[in-house]
Design a protein around this ligand. Structure first.
Ligand SMILES: *[C@@H]1O[C@H](CO)[C@@H](O)[C@H](O)[C@H]1NC(C)=O
Ligand SMILES: *[C@@H]1O[C@H](CO)[C@@H](O)[C@H](O)[C@H]1NC(C)=O
Length: 348
């Protein structure tokens, strides 16, 4: 049987890729006239391998995977396991260095870790407090940063690692979508996901359990966790990019693009409830209220769909980057708008 390989163009070099190289099942045939028997379509894993080759160079992302280790714990519940959590696991969450699903009860086959707290909105605070304590007790050495997300949060791990690569895990700090309300320095939206440094987790895990420092249950989960961090001396960090664009998001992309915000968001978003594509970072990290179907849609847009003929370069979007020789060093420490203007002038 003659096997005709797939040819991928990679930086001007054509690579002949045979099913054997990809480790695909030998029964899958390729050719200029593709004849695919009904029972031998590519599996998800096959396509993933093809896609990886198609992507060319992922050196930087792989380097950051080892340098900026992220533990993700996902807040879920028994009734959401098959409805939502499975789709989180099938899409973005496998890119976390360590992944834990937290539920009210342990399920060894999913698996989930059960924290002994009843289900219901009024117990989300209890779930979060016990989840971080569990993570501190069992997984403190497994990561540098520790993220909480919901089962309808979508996260782009590569962008999270890039952002954190210029932050210090040994400083007591946390990041997320900043809401200026109810806590002295504000708090981070629970649904947009928030991420705490190793030092913040150490402070949390070793503090005397004391309801006036960290409420054990009740109230709003994200507000209470914000108060807890504030009481422990953990700083609210700034995650806007160099041009003042947001990276963590309370809603789906479409909501932020057209600005279809509810009143509370307009009143309390710490950054003035900006909207439109110019308000969202090219290296956005998270979105919320993402349905299972839209998890797959985002996965496709972010990791698969490409406009032919366009090649995207790496950008330096962190606030404290040392600007490369392309740009004059005088651009450092000027306001986002004037720095953008300066860059545009320079390019012209
Ligand atoms: C445990 O997880 C499995 C796999 O997702 C699921 O089929 C099963 O219903 C779950 N069991 C309980 C008691 O929720
Ligand atoms: C709890 O913490 C508060 C504030 O940090 C402190 O004033 C109080 O004495 C503590 N209570 C106990 C029982 O440790």
């Amino acid at each position: 049987m003659q096997t005709v390989g797939l040819v991928f163009a990679c930086m001007g070099i054509s690579i002949l890729v045979t099913p054997e190289i990809l480790g695909l099942s030998a029964s899958v045939k390729h050719g200029s006239r593709v004849e695919v028997p009904r029972d031998s379509f590519y599996t998800h894993e096959d396509l993933y391998k093809i896609q990886k080759i198609n992507h060319g160079d992922d050196t930087e992302a792989r380097k950051l995977y080892d340098q900026v280790r992220i533990l993700c714990w996902i807040m879920t519940s028994p009734k959401n396991l098959e409805k939502k959590a499975v789709h989180v696991r099938a899409t973005w969450a496998h890119r976390c260095n360590k992944l834990i699903f937290i539920s009210s009860v342990t399920n060894n086959s999913f698996p989930t870790v059960g924290v002994d707290v009843p289900e219901g909105r009024e117990h989300l605070t209890g779930k979060t407090m016990k989840a971080f304590q569990y993570v501190f007790d069992h997984h403190f050495d497994d990561a540098d940063w520790f993220m909480k997300a919901d089962d309808d949060t979508y996260t782009i791990l590569e962008n999270l690692r890039y952002f954190l690569s210029s932050q210090n895990k040994d400083s007591p700090i946390f990041f997320g979508h900043h809401i200026k309300d109810k806590v002295k320095h504000g708090y981070f939206s629970g649904g947009a996901g928030y991420i705490i440094s190793k030092e913040a987790l150490r402070k949390f895990g070793t503090h005397e359990t004391n309801a006036s420092t960290c409420r054990q249950d009740g109230g709003d989960e994200d507000v209470e966790f914000g108060k807890c961090m504030d009481n422990l001396g953990v700083k609210v960090g700034n995650s806007y990019d160099r041009f003042g664009r947001s990276r963590f998001h309370c809603y789906e992309p479409a909501t932020h693009l057209i600005g279809a915000y509810p009143k509370w968001y307009i009143n309390f978003d710490a950054h003035g409830a900006k909207s439109g594509p110019e308000s969202i970072s090219d290296y956005a990290i998270s979105f919320h209220y993402v349905s299972p179907a839209n998890m797959y849609a985002l996965e496709y847009f972010v990791y698969h769909l490409r406009p032919y003929g366009l090649h995207f370069k790496h950008q330096e979007l962190n606030q404290d980057v040392t600007i490369s020789s392309t740009f004059s060093t005088s651009l450092i420490s000027v306001s986002p708008r004037s720095s953008l203007t300066a860059i545009i002038l320079k390019i012209q």
